[in-house]
Write a protein that binds this ligand. Sequence first.
Ligand SMILES: NC(=O)C1=CN([C@@H]2O[C@H](COP(=O)(O)OP(=O)(O)OC[C@H]3O[C@@H](n4cnc5c(N)ncnc54)[C@H](OP(=O)(O)O)[C@@H]3O)[C@@H](O)[C@H]2O)C=CC1
Ligand SMILES: CC(=O)C(=O)O
Ligand SMILES: [Mg+2]
Length: 543
Amino acid sequence: MSHASTIRGQEILNNPALNKETAFTMTERQSLGLEGLLPPTVENIDRQLERVQTQLAAKPNDLERYIYLMSLAARNKTLFYHTLMSDPARFVPIVYDPTVADACLAFGHIYRGSAGMYLTRDMKGRFKKILRNWPVKDVRFICVSTGGRILGLGDIGANGMGIPIGKLQLYTACAGVPPEALLPVLLDIGTTNAALRADPLYLGLRELPPDEAEVDLISDAFIEAATDVFPGVCIHFEDWKGTDAMRLLARYRDKVLCYNDDIQGTAAIAVAGLTTALQIKNETFADQRVLFLGAGSAGIGIASMIVSAMVEAGLGEAEARERIVLIDVNGLIETSRTDLNEWQKPFAHEAKPTKDLLEVVRTFKPTILIGVSTIGGAFTEEVVREMAKLNERPVIFPLSNPTNKAECTAEQAYTWTKGKALYAAGVQFPDFEYQGKSYHPGQANNFYIFPAIGLAVYATRPARITDDMFITAAAATADQVGPSAREHGMLFPLQANILETEVTTATRVAEHIFDSGQATVERPENIRAWIEGLLYKPVYKEL
Ligand SMILES: NC(=O)C1=CN([C@@H]2O[C@H](COP(=O)(O)OP(=O)(O)OC[C@H]3O[C@@H](n4cnc5c(N)ncnc54)[C@H](OP(=O)(O)O)[C@@H]3O)[C@@H](O)[C@H]2O)C=CC1
Ligand SMILES: CC(=O)C(=O)O
Ligand SMILES: [Mg+2]
């Protein structure tokens, strides 16, 4: 979007990539036809940030702060990212999980302007032509959702657009990927959500989604068009209906540069958190028995990566699978079930059918309990107490989002296990005091991973994205939690340093991409310095 040499005056102020608002110098104002269009005081970006903070403080809640920040992004990208990057631990939960959930639920009502592309199923034959309407030609990442399963909110159709927007904003805020390389896409195939279809302010197609075969044809057309219009683009799938997510990842992963964050990114952050938890417990993956509530895209993704970790720790693959048990809405995944999908079948073991989580905890005796069920409160007091009875340090990861979908809260887990739980949720729960001791709950959220993968891919341009890149990212993330942090029960790196953390992770992933011959650019001498040189910096450029 760099038309700086040709455009002038109000047009510059209307361009969020160029707009500096009160930070235009007097010289720039004179040469660019901006005199009189701005108040006379010239400010630097930190003074502007002070004003943003004052205005945010006056907002009554985080949804209002979200709305304010999105308007800022639409007006002045540099100041927006300067704000986010000035205090990521504060702002990530506003532009992303959990506030983005409220924003998505209300999307059609709070809509103030488009910040990405909307492709509808009826445009299928024209996707290429339509994608060329995007003003930037060198798009490197498309985050695409159908809105079919947004966080734990179910199918919310076009309201799900908040997720591709927010995920891509974190590529920049958490890993310094330049924002002009990013395109959020909502692929509107309709929605099963009758309430939304009846809402006069809903902005998407008011149709039911088509069958799977048609979804595949629509996504084939989208993939073909996206890779043709934006050569070298990486497609990031996010928050599709679980079965679509798994089927389409299998369909495209060996053909195009793509990944599914809910399957692969989530697996990596869960395995990173488990790695540090096991270091704290002085155990290995080979010692574990893992129970999942939820057997969809996140559950199957995490389970598969745990199998790899167990194999790495010395178990055979079949033995590793025996140590993993999943439960879905219809009960325990076991061999007599006739409704299992092809990703669940490898995890079906002979067992008595049951829908009772507590019963499975008692019989299977897990060391690790993971929630990816979208059912808030599903880890009841009895379940959590049973985990504490079975384990000196039970590992309890209720990962469903947003906050009210967490299978148990941090406070519940620490109270019911008398402070013994090694706990992580999808959202950041506040620190909790219990019997004079302070606990810092972990946040096992894929935002530690996907921006770093994005940065590594941005730099090294591999032709495909492979599971070993996510395994490397998981190890790199876990390695950044030092022994003294682990002593304090910390499972993840601090979010205050998220950029530093993700650049470190991206460097490790990039090294792996070079070492395994997957990079298509020349290997630099110092990979970290080279990556740092590519990072976006939220500072104004002289126009
Ligand atoms: N922390 C993080 O980084 C991430 C968290 N998540 C969260 O994980 C959750 C699940 O995501 P995802 O796996 O992609 O979604 P899916 O829809 O693919 O899977 C949900 C799973 O939960 C099962 N389920 C639904 N209701 C129940 C119930 N009452 N008891 C037991 N199981 C149940 C579903 O069964 P069935 O299919 O038979 O209905 C399905 O197996 C979401 O809340 C999401 O926000 C996801 C990705 C990342
Ligand atoms: C975090 C995330 O990707 C999800 O909840 O779907
Ligand atoms: Mg997701």
